[in-house]
Ligand binder design. Sequence first.
Ligand code: PLP
Length: 412
Amino acid sequence: METLLVDGEAVRARFPILGRTVHGRPLVYLDTAATAQRPEAVIEAEAAYSREHNANVHRGIHTLAEEATGAYEGCRRRVAAFLGAPGPRGVVMTRNATAAINLVARGLEHTLGAGDEIVLTVMEHHANLVPWIQLARRTGAVLRHAGFDPETGELDLDGMIRLIGPRTRLVGLVHVSNVLGTINPVAEVAEAAHRAGALVLVDAAQSVGHMPVAYPELGADFLVFSAHKCYGPMGLGFLVSTPETLERLEPVEGGGEMIERVELDAATWAEIPYRFEAGTPNVAAAAAFPAALDLLEAIGLPAVREHEIALNARAVETLERLGGLRIVGPRDPAARGGLVAFDDPLVHPHDMATIVDTRGVAVRAGHHCAQPLHRVLGLVATTRASWGVYTTGDEIEALAGAIAFARRTMGA
Ligand code: PLP
């Protein structure tokens, strides 16, 4: 099979699931933006943890508990280093990116009052819309949303900067849109937000692990992402910040692990970041995630990004060749993350995804948790194909063949 990455076959061989068949055909997995497949090293690290080290963290002084704590804290250190973040004390481990955004929204509640403003974009995933809707309902804060150009997928940067004012308390935006693929000018937005004294949250769920992402360069006060979109296990996400910024958040979940001292009617909090991690965490996932980061660093994040840009170019060209498809988002392959969403006026996205699946091709159809974004596009749903380090050019061709088959099947 042709590959675009120099060592593509070597990379693919590390992902055992890619050897399976679906409906009697080789799996063509083009749904990495929903969840990335896991390399054997991650699967093995998770199993090895369960086989050899399983214990609860922080609470015990026996050997297994110390090993589990070492693995768990090792993940925190590894993530801080991977993103060039100030240090492990600024890294909170959560269930996923969604939980990390909720943690910030609820943690900031005590700082917001009626009339304070939260500035977002209409291209956000629901994970970066709904927690702020809930917060606005509770506090009387006002939500403002920057738009984007439905033709090019480009954020209205000037409009967004104009929305930021003296009452703005938080500015939140997605780094890479999970539908348009648009890469947003996060640092410019952050600069404007900081000039106004607002905090900045960047949803990096689609960028971490797919392109070089340096926490200090983005200008984010809070950066969130999920391990499972980054070749790691499900059930683990991150809020990356600084200890000083985390001090501004109230811990919203109470319980074991997050306290310093408990009386029957009072409690004090543990130090940062532990005060945000109530209860038993997903230690097995944390033990395994560094293996995913090792693989990414062995390939090199610039090479990963180049590979995804080459796949973008191939996909846009191949889909345009089919004719009649509306590809959403930027035309320039270097201006989008590793995904292409499209609408075929002849075949409903759900039919499309169902029929291409019969050819072994896994794509996603629907609103991709971005209903307001789709309204701007004038569409209810799109079909999305997305890639990762293991995707090949031949798989893009397989997608095109499957789309043509879907059209024939639907009599289009
Ligand atoms: N933000 C973006 C841009 C996403 O694409 C997703 C997942 O699709 C999320 C947030 C939520 O991620 P999770 O479901 O892992 O919390």
